[in-house]
Design a protein around this ligand. Sequence first.
Ligand SMILES: [Zn+2]
Length: 244
Amino acid sequence: MAVMVFCIGLAVGSFLQVAYSRYLPSQSLFAYLGAISVPRSTCKNCHHSLYAWHLIPVLSWIMLGKRCYFCQHKIAFYYLFFELFIAGLFLLIYLDKGLNFQSGLLMLLAAWFLVLALIDFHHFLLPDFFTQPLMWAGLMMSYFNLCSLTINDALTGIFYGYLMLKLPAFCYFCLTKRIGLGDGDIKLAAALGAWVPYQFMPILVIMASLLGILYFIVAKCRTSMHIAFGPFLLLSGYLMLYLF
Ligand SMILES: [Zn+2]
């Protein structure tokens, strides 16, 4: 079973790279769905369509000798690392929680959060078609008693998440006439509120802020540079979800 979970993780990791790399800020939801489902993957260098066996995670990388089948261009280790990372994460969830509804949900959310974090990191955007379904799914889960939260908890969490970022963003704008926090971050915090117990929402926001500040310091960003806040919200949110 562990081997199967690991292999599913590899396949999911491979798909997530497609889901992340084919996102464009100008895309509508339908254009995006078309982009991730229809066109065959191509080599980044020679743009030749890959054969089906080239898409098998890890094995194809080894069989191809780390190079493109057509142009011999070196395939970045990053792709392999990403697949192994997701597979390792799925395996850890399985070993910790077993195979049940909760662990399946944690795997699905890990995949969703990771694509969203990468998109925000790269484009400074948190698309509504990622954050809104997240909020509605959380609400549905509580409404149908599929999680420990009641519908009132989820609604309160959404309200808390929204206010906790909206208020500072509003104050910052009033004081400086500049946008300090994107609307996407506010919507994401509201969406996370549907999943995380509302009592933990302040901790989530503080943890995300501290992680953001730490990243800012470590990356030695210039004071004028802005950073994506979404990945830190998502990471903190996931930790809260996992632990509580
Ligand atoms: Zn090639």
